[in-house]
Write a protein that binds this ligand. Structure first.
Ligand code: ATP
Ligand code: MG
Length: 659
């Protein structure tokens, strides 16, 4: 085995068959059917993608060719010459097809009593009005609009208003600082900023407008700022620049009708920055026809959404998951999408389940970080509410450790519901690897198989295919319609990050292995791979072993430089509520990993930590942990996307007291 090979030691052997209940009306109901569709999609990709788009999307003008690409350049185009509009597909056509009075968005605010429901008709009117507002501010096709809003319905309205008139939105998560906002506005030179007075979070009011003011002070491109009144806190409004959303939307000159632009399939729809887990965030560019087709395709097959379902994705719209699976995917299908402003832990760890019960949610899509946090609080919270409406569970954002998977399966899914562990990235636009809920037998911790149309593979450093169970680089060998079309303003970074190392393929940057049955197991970022005495190991498996111990809530492992072995393993461990941090437990956990995986994976150092450094989107930032393990406390790189920078000093303290 070469130095480059990545070892794999996962011992997970459990499998669970897909449920029979509800499968009669499912889109894809067996592995045979999946395999047949998959085979077809690989043999005739253009035929497959033409069919899917015709089925799911309304085109004003049909494309001249389905795809045109050269990944060496790189250059990718889908549905070349076709004309469509995202907002038309998400709204207008549903006014004609019987869904006019159906709930498009059910909004549950942070305070329990704040609920708003938008039918497709109502949402259409709001979107047209706001599109007219933008036009009145001089926003034209191709202009950029930055959106810095909490999880309020105006966020979806603003996005759809942009796509209606062909403006490019760039959403910045409302948890980001003034400087992060400023950088993102400057990068895309936005003409208008949409923001709010404050964010309501866990019972507190966190002012937002002051951040916007600070950022706009350094962003001369911004001519107008629209402010949503969420909390009613005192803010300053700059004359001539700032207007209230509710005032301008009620202005008599603003019409309920706004014609949609006929957009070219390859016109830019939006720019969105990645989470910054591995370095400086990238401004990912997505276009119109391919992105829309891809999110509709995956929402339909992964979540098996039907007309009477209530579908809930708990992500923030500030992340790609919210773009694709709260707004564009569900609305393109004419589904009912629940949008939630609150957090899982407030006012109690039962909040999510209360929402599920209240709206009889059928499809529930969340992140492993949430599952682990709720697991830490204990199962009693899950028992306070009736979860029997649930039909499908989803996970995204990080590898879901088998232990967390089992908890989700047992206590939320009542050992009956399929869990779709969806692997994808900001860059991919939509889900690339996932179970299909009524077809795929599940293995806890595996994202299972590629979506039809996705040519996923694991390759060695030299680009040749890895053997079954051999860890390597997760790549995609053919473009799919939702693939990014660029890194905004930086063609060189676009090429070097994704297309240079393996010519003719898309490089994800993640490590994975494929087992004997063709199941994909994501092993974590390749940047985070640990090399102990020439054995290269992914972080996911060692962390999963730690999390499978009854005392452990969460774990992150990194490599620590070692003179002889090259690297040794350094583990950060967060214990469950009420468990005491003792030396005995530390010994026990090291022995546990040795026993679960093998001596090679035993952590050399194990540090207990109350919290781990996470990005605002909930991912563990291992590069920071690597620095701390190496006692390099001076330069942590770009930590602007970190949720709680205070965690770093706590970890440094903890590290020092270990020695
Ligand atoms: P940056 O690219 O700036 O470092 P990021 O990669 O965290 O940030 P995102 O696009 O939000 O930004 O995250 C995509 C990454 O999240 C994937 O590359 C993968 O590492 C991880 N991921 C997402 N879903 C899964 C999943 N189901 N299983 C394992 N890993 C996942
Ligand atoms: Mg990434």
């Amino acid at each position: 085995m070469s130095q480059e090979d990545i070892e794999s030691m996962m011992k997970e052997k459990r499998t669970f068959d897909p449920p029979k209940e509800h499968s009669d009306k499912a889109y894809i109901t067996s592995m045979e059917q999946y395999e047949e569709i998959y085979k077809r999609s690989m043999e005739d990709p253009d035929g497959f993608w033409a069919e899917r788009s015709e089925e799911l999307i309304h085109w004003f003008k049909k494309w001249d060719s389905v795809s045109d690409y050269d990944l060496h350049k790189p250059e990718v185009k889908w549905y070349v010459g076709g004309k469509t509009n995202i907002a038309y597909n998400c709204l207008d056509r549903h006014l004609e097809n019987g869904r006019r009075n159906k709930a498009a968005i059910i909004w549950q605010g942070e305070p329990e009593e704040d609920v708003r429901v938008y039918t497709y008709q109502m949402l259409h009117t709001e979107v047209c009005r706001f599109a007219n507002v933008l036009k009145s501010m001089g926003v034209k096709r191709g202009d950029r609009v930055s959106i810095y809003l909490p999880m309020v319905p105006e966020l979806a309205v603003a996005m759809l208003a942009c796509t209606r008139i062909g403006a490019v939105h760039s959403i910045v998560f409302a948890g980001f600082s003034a400087v992060s906002l400023q950088n993102r506005i400057q990068d895309c030179e936005a003409k208008v900023l949409v923001t709010a007075d404050a964010v309501l979070r866990a019972g507190r009011t966190i002012p937002l407008k002051p951040n916007a003011d600070e950022a706009m002070g350094k962003c001369p491109s911004v001519e107008k700022c629209v402010v949503v009144k969420r909390a009613g806190n005192e803010i300053s409004m700059q004359d001539g620049r700032d207007v209230w959303w509710h005032e301008i939307m009620e202005d008599e000159s603003i019409s309920d009708e706004c014609p949609y632009e006929e957009m070219d399939a390859e016109d830019t729809a939006f720019i969105l920055y990645t989470s910054g887990s591995t370095g400086k965030p990238k401004g990912v560019v997505h276009t119109t026809g391919g992105y829309l087709t891809y999110v509709a395709h995956t929402t339909q097959w992964v979540f098996d959404v039907h007309d009477d379902d209530v579908y809930w994705c708990t992500a923030d719209v500030g992340w790609i998951t919210g773009h694709s699976y709260i707004v564009y995917g569900p609305l393109a299908l004419g589904a009912t999408s629940l949008m939630f402003e609150g957090v899982p832990s407030y006012p109690s760890p039962a909040r999510f389940w209360k929402v599920v019960e209240k709206f009889k949610v059928n499809i529930f899509y969340t992140a492993p970080t949430v599952v682990r946090a709720l697991m830490r609080e204990g199962v009693e919270w899950t028992r306070k509410h009736d979860l029997s409406s649930l039909r499908i569970l989803g996970s995204v954002g990080e590898p879901i450790n088998p232990e967390a998977w089992m908890w989700y399966f047992k206590y939320i899914g009542n050992e009956k519901l399929p869990i779709c562990d969806t692997w994808w990235q900001t860059e991919t636009g939509g889900i690339l690897i996932s179970a299909l809920p009524y077809a795929t037998p599940l293995k806890p911790g595996s994202a299972t198989k590629p979506m039809p149309g996705v040519d996923a593979a694991v390759v060695r450093a030299d680009g040749t295919n890895a053997n079954p169970n051999e860890g390597g680089h997760l790549v995609i060998k053919k473009p799919w319609p939702g693939i990014l079309r660029g890194v905004y303003g930086d063609p060189e970074r676009y090429k070097s990050t994704y297309f240079e190392r393996f010519p003719g393929m898309y490089e994800s940057g993640d490590g994975a292995r494929v087992d004997d049955e063709g199941y994909f197991w994501i092993m974590g970022r390749l940047d985070d791979v640990i090399n102990v005495s020439g054995h290269r190991m992914g972080t996911a498996e060692i962390e999963s072993a730690l999390v499978s111990h009854e005392s452990v809530a969460e774990a992150a492992v990194v490599g620590m430089p070692h003179q002889v072995k090259g690297e040794t393993i350094y583990a950060y461990v967060t214990l469950k509520s009420g468990v005491e941090e003792t030396d005995d437990l530390r010994k026990e956990l090291r022995a546990w990993v040795r026993n679960e995986i093998g001596a090679i994976a035993t952590p050399e150092v194990l540090q207990f930590a109350d919290g781990l450094p996470k990005t605002r989107s909930g991912k563990i930032m291992r590069r920071v942990l690597r620095k701390i393990a190496a006692s390099k406390y001076d330069d942590f790189g770009d930590t602007s996307t970190l949720a709680d920078p205070g965690v770093i000093s706590d970890l440094i303290e903890g590290k020092k007291s270990l020695l």
